[in-house]
Design a protein around this ligand. Structure first.
Ligand SMILES: C[S@@+](CC[C@H](N)C(=O)[O-])C[C@H]1O[C@@H](n2cnc3c(N)ncnc32)[C@H](O)[C@@H]1O
Length: 271
């Protein structure tokens, strides 16, 4: 039987993405269109030079930000909650956590890390105050916590999606853990928030490219996307997503709004 056109197009696409320069260009374009990813990476790059010594990445997933921090630290250790991690696509990847635990007490002594990093994890624990206290406990006095959490983001990793965070909430959680916030960064504004929501809908629900994104190493923290992509929508959907991302970036700079954001990044010190 001759192959169905849709499946041969899919095979062609996955073969094309396997060609190094095609895969790299596609990943670069997708990272630029993905406002949440770009803004997170931008803010992490900004604070990475403050990292030092032994770094613990709490809820590291597939360690997508290790390359940003590596040049500044002596050691990079990733720890994950075994049960929730096993439900993500990252579980099948080759960049795995160094340590798995039960999600309660971090399996490290007090005062042993110079830097603790935690990116988009606080929304996934039912007891965020306890987890921030654990991060504070393993930090050495003088050490820093780099914490990012979403302020507005679609439901993901369900049912382990519990909270969203304002800068005041992050300050309170850090303060309660004996940490002082020394820097707070807003990630995006009203326009990137709207743009990201529209693009998520177009990409994930209309074009259904979640599986393609996962084959490029993205969305690894979500469950494996089983739905096939709708390749025939791409000629319309991709340029639209690019235009939305460009418009959102321009409007964010021209008309910033401090009351809306995709998320916030806090840097806190332990005294
Ligand atoms: C949205 S993913 C983020 C993964 C990674 N930090 C990133 O930015 O790609 C949230 C991760 O937090 C992990 N997680 C949830 N509760 C945790 C806990 N108490 N301790 C450590 N990790 C936890 C989940 O297993 C999941 O991999």
């Amino acid at each position: 039987m001759p192959p169905r056109p849709a499946s041969s197009a899919r095979q062609l696409l996955s073969r094309a993405l396997g060609v190094p320069w095609v895969g790299k260009s596609a990943r670069g374009a997708s990272d630029w269109i993905d406002l949440q990813w770009s803004l997170t990476v931008q803010s992490l790059r900004g604070v990475a030079p403050q990292a030092r010594g032994r770094l613990l990445d709490v809820g590291c997933g597939s360690k997508p930000y290790e390359h940003i921090f590596r040049p500044f630290v002596a050691e990079y250790i990733g720890v994950e909650h075994e049960a929730t991690f096993s439900e993500t696509a990252a579980e099948q990847g080759d960049k795995r956590p160094d340590v798995l635990y039960d999600g309660n007490r971090l399996p490290f002594d007090d005062n042993v890390f110079d830097t603790v990093l935690s990116v988009q994890v606080l929304e996934h624990t039912p007891r965020p105050a306890a987890l921030v206290c654990e991060m504070g406990r393993v930090l050495k006095p003088g050490g820093i916590l780099i914490l990012t959490a979403p302020f507005s983001f679609r439901l993901h990793e369900e049912p382990h999606d519990y909270f969203r965070y304002s800068p005041h909430g992050l300050k309170q959680l850090c303060g309660d853990a004996g940490l002082t916030v020394v820097e707070m960064q807003q990630q995006g504004s009203l326009w990137s928030l709207i743009g990201h929501k529209l693009n998520s809908y177009l990409g994930l629900e209309i074009a259904r490219v979640g599986g393609i994104a996962q084959s490029m190493g993205k969305l690894s923290h979500e469950a494996v996307e089983a739905r096939p992509p709708r390749l025939w929508t791409l000629p319309l959907v991709m340029p639209t997503m690019g235009a939305i991302s460009l418009g959102a970036r321009l409007l964010d700079s021209a008309l910033p709004d401090r009351t809306e954001a995709l998320g916030f990044l806090a840097v806190a010190e332990k005294h």
